[in-house]
Design a protein around this ligand. Structure first.
Ligand SMILES: [Zn+2]
Length: 220
């Protein structure tokens, strides 16, 4: 399947989507031409879901940066908090920059189904993001109660609470999973900006790139 054909499937849901490879190339161009820095002067941190597919589909050219520092837990929420943000802020080269890539993820199969992907070696598709789908299922079945965050499943419960606060908006949407992903994006974006606001940086720039990360079938 050609790149153009693959993107056409994804564009049914996300009309502005570009490939991860193209997005990394654009950022490297921006670093080199607009900021006049080298990728080795950039400390990359990402706040994306810990799902193994995000490691498998991580674009290779990101290795030109330092890092990545991993801020994310389930569905990309920056669970490492202020301590995590402060940690890599203190690791960045003096003349360099911090580059934070953040956002939730979602699967789209080659037949255009949202919320699942085919994973290598499996006969059936599976959920993507599993945490977002799990939280949405609980929201639909009225199984989330306000403020319920347990030690045993802290990250999942946090995602549940994010959706619970926007229950009506999510459940009324044409695609509740699409909408839930938007809601989670907004929560991540808000939190990242709060963390940046409260962190001291000793470098020249802080680059923030927020997006919905889209996964697809293993052969796409
Ligand atoms: Zn996930």
């Amino acid at each position: 399947m050609k790149k153009r054909e693959k993107l056409a499937i994804i564009h049914q849901w996300y009309p502005k989507d570009i490939t991860t490879i193209d997005s990394v190339n654009r950022i490297i161009d921006f670093v080199e031409y607009d900021l006049d820095l080298e990728p080795k002067q950039i400390m990359l941190a990402d706040s994306i879901c810990s799902d193994d597919v995000n490691s498998i589909q991580y674009p290779a050219r990101t290795q030109e940066f330092l890092g990545p520092f991993k801020m994310g837990g389930l569905d990309g929420f920056p669970f490492t908090g202020l301590t995590g943000m402060g940690a890599f802020a203190s690791h960045v080269p003096d003349d360099g920059a911090v580059f934070i890539y953040y956002g939730p993820h979602i699967g789209i199969t080659k037949d255009g189904t949202i919320g699942e992907i085919h994973r290598l070696g499996q006969s059936k598709n599976s959920s993507c993001c599993g945490a977002a789908k799990g939280a949405l299922g609980k929201l639909m079945n009225n199984q989330i109660s306000s403020g319920n965050i347990s030690e045993l499943d802290y990250q999942m419960n946090t995602i549940e609470q994010i959706l619970y606060k926007e229950k009506e908006r999510v459940l009324k949407a044409d695609s509740p999973l699409y909408e839930a992903t938007e809601v989670i994006y907004e929560a991540i974006d808000k939190r990242i900006n709060e963390l940046v606001e409260q962190t001291n940086y000793h470098c020249k720039f802080v680059i923030l790139v927020g997006a919905i990360l889209i996964n697809s079938d293993s052969d796409m």
